[in-house]
Design a protein. Structure first.
Length: 100
């Protein structure tokens, strides 16, 4: 359910901001809640992606502190590329599910 809400926020950002501003809007909305979730996982000692919980908390804090004007454009272009590749593989996966 959480992933659906995050994908909904991502879709809303792409609808409002378009192809170029969508990833920037998504990052501006999600960066501090992401840090809060990682800190909560560190406090509760829950492994995040199989890593020690303090590592992702520190990395997300450093990334959240970087001002969005300082982030180069290629970062958001690669975000769009990764999103389109994931969408393509998801469609292929769903097509295989429907076929059988």
């Amino acid at each position: 359910m959480i992933i659906l809400s995050v994908l909904g926020i991502l879709l809303l950002c792409y609808l409002l901001g378009g192809w170029n501003a969508g990833p920037l809007m998504f990052w501006m909305i999600i960066r501090w809640p992401l840090f809060a979730c990682f800190c909560l996982a560190a406090i509760l000692n829950i492994e995040v992606f199989g890593f020690d919980p303090i590592g992702p908390a520190i990395i997300s804090f450093i990334l959240a502190c970087i001002h969005e004007d300082k982030i180069p454009d290629w970062v958001f272009d690669s975000f769009n590329l990764i999103l389109m590749i994931a969408l393509a593989f998801g469609m292929i996966y769903l097509g295989e599910l429907i076929k059988y």
